[in-house]
Ligand binder design. Structure first.
Ligand SMILES: NC(=O)c1ccc[n+]([C@@H]2O[C@H](COP(=O)([O-])OP(=O)(O)OC[C@H]3O[C@@H](n4cnc5c(N)ncnc54)[C@H](OP(=O)(O)O)[C@@H]3O)[C@@H](O)[C@H]2O)c1
Length: 437
């Protein structure tokens, strides 16, 4: 049997400790599968005294992860600390430059520096594997990088943040407010103490930027993503969506259009009958639409120690199985230096259906005035519903419009005109509709 694969792990938190534990528990099975043992020989974390739930005696400890990456005799450096810069970037770069394979779950790092790190990996003939960085345990990177060879992707979209999906699922199921759901998610450990990054869509954007590069062969471009979070979604939206046959999900969408590539993260209405609408709670899902295969939907656990460790260990096992001298495939599906510049499609040119909820003064002529503004902007309506005023709330009515496919520019112009007309008593709510193929 070949010599053991020597692994160094930097970061022994939720994911890192799970990886170390599962590698120990499944050692025999992994040895049989890979034809060689996988042995953790070095680790790094901040607190030496903390119990990690795994026996680390005999394993070399490093306070400095960069020293672990640079100085030790390891074959694979596993980065599970997090952070887009700092020790995560420095240690990954040091490992790759010294010809060591790297496995990471760090979407923030890859989103920001993935292409330059891929170039170092490819120059040195080593692997940079990152299955766990997008949608946790779901094997979406391998699917896009390997299984879809020859396919041209037209759109990739998904539910990429478990916290947001958990909140939206409970808001719909239990009729409770966003704030109440968020507080519960924090209590149950599904949301961070500072949840901004999740609920405002930044985490989804990091993952989407990686999927975009794989789908379209472009450089990663995290700053070119249209971003809207879920914090202004109300019960009124969720109820209206349900009545109209839709469900609200926070989607990350990357799509080829005439003017370039759209990357957008925003609350989205999906038809209740679609498969992605059935993805509930903390579960993630990614849909990939291609010319040869058609539509593929992958769904499963997107976070958590064991689910994420499963993807990390799959990446380590791939390295254990690879043979010396074997030419590794490029990190983002094509060589880093051949990735095309990202051409951003203008958001105003986005075409699709829209849901618009307006709270208006209960006066004669308002309904007709709204319909007129829509017509002026060539927006054709699938439905327009007026709800009677609730005497409890006051002298108001709700008008809900669902449009046929139109442009973002037309919608913005129409809503601006309606706002200027002075009929609204509240901020208009506009939610884009996404229809799976
Ligand atoms: N949690 C998930 O479900 C999940 C899912 C997918 C991807 N990820 C990604 O996986 C990575 C790790 O996430 P996590 O949830 O496991 O994080 P975590 O629980 O906060 O653990 C981070 C670990 O890194 C160590 N660390 C931090 N700074 C360090 C430094 N300067 N030197 C040495 N060690 C350092 C910490 O040490 P101490 O323990 O001593 O403080 C801790 O063990 C992140 O990139 C995250 O985005 C996580």
């Amino acid at each position: 049997m070949s010599e053991a694969l020597r692994v160094g792990i930097a970061g022994l938190g939720t994911v890192g400790a799970s990886v170390a534990r599962v590698l120990a528990e499944k050692a025999d099975e992994l040895t049989r599968q890979c034809g060689r043992a996988i042995t953790v020989t070095a680790v790094s974390a901040r607190d030496r005294t903390r119990d990690r739930g795994v026996d680390l005696s005999g394993v070399q400890w490093f306070d400095d992860p960069v020293a672990l990456a640079r100085e030790t005799d390891i074959d694979v450096f596993v980065e599970l600390m997090g952070g887009e810069d700092g020790p995560a970037k420095a240690s990954v770069q040091a490992a790759l430059e010294r010809g060591k394979h790297v496995v990471t779950a760090n979407k923030a790092l890859l989103s920001r520096s993935g292409v330059s790190l891929a170039a170092i990996a490819e120059k040195n003939g080593v692997l940079l594997n990152y299955e766990a960085a997008v949608a946790g345990g779901i094997p979406v990177i391998k699917t896009m990088r390997e299984s879809l060879a020859g396919n041209s992707v037209s759109r990739v979209f998904g539910i990429l943040n478990g916290t947001c999906n958990y909140i939206l699922t409970r808001m719909e199921a239990e009729g409770i407010s966003f704030e109440e759901c968020l507080a519960d998610a924090q209590r149950l450990g599904y949301a961070e103490a500072d949840p901004t990054f999740d609920i405002e869509g930044n985490d989804t954007a990091h993952k989407l930027s990686i999927l975009t590069s794989l789908a379209f062969g472009t450089k990663i471009s995290p700053d070119d993503i249209y971003l809207e979070g879920i914090s202004n979604i109300t019960q009124a939206d969720i109820k209206a969506a349900a009545e109209l046959g839709y469900r609200i999900k926070l989607l990350g969408v990357a799509q080829r259009s005439e003017s370039g590539i759209e990357q957008r993260v925003h609350p989205t209405m999906v038809p209740t009958s679609s498969v992605i609408a059935q993805v509930h709670g903390v579960t993630n899902a990614v849909a990939i639409e291609t010319d040869i295969l058609g539509e593929l939907l992958l769904s499963g656990p997107g976070a958590g120690g064991n689910a994420t460790a499963s993807a990390v260990i799959g990446d380590i096992a791939d390295i254990a199985k690879s043979r010396p001298g074997f030419q590794h495939g490029p990190v983002f599906g094509r060589p880093a230096k051949e990735l095309a510049p990202y051409k951003k499609a203008a958001m105003r040119k986005h075409e699709g259906g829209y849901f618009i909820r307006l709270t208006v003064h209960d006066r004669t002529g308002v309904f007709a005035a709204i319909a007129k503004r829509m017509a002026e902007n060539d927006i054709s309506l699938e439905s327009i519903v007026q709800r009677a005023a609730d005497p409890q709330i006051g002298d108001h009515k709700t008008v809900i419009l669902v449009t046929h496919s139109t442009s973002e520019a037309s919608i913005r112009k129409a809503v601006e005109a309606i706002t200027k007309d002075g009929h609204l008593v509240d901020k208009p709510q506009v939610i884009r509709i996404e229809r799976p193929a």
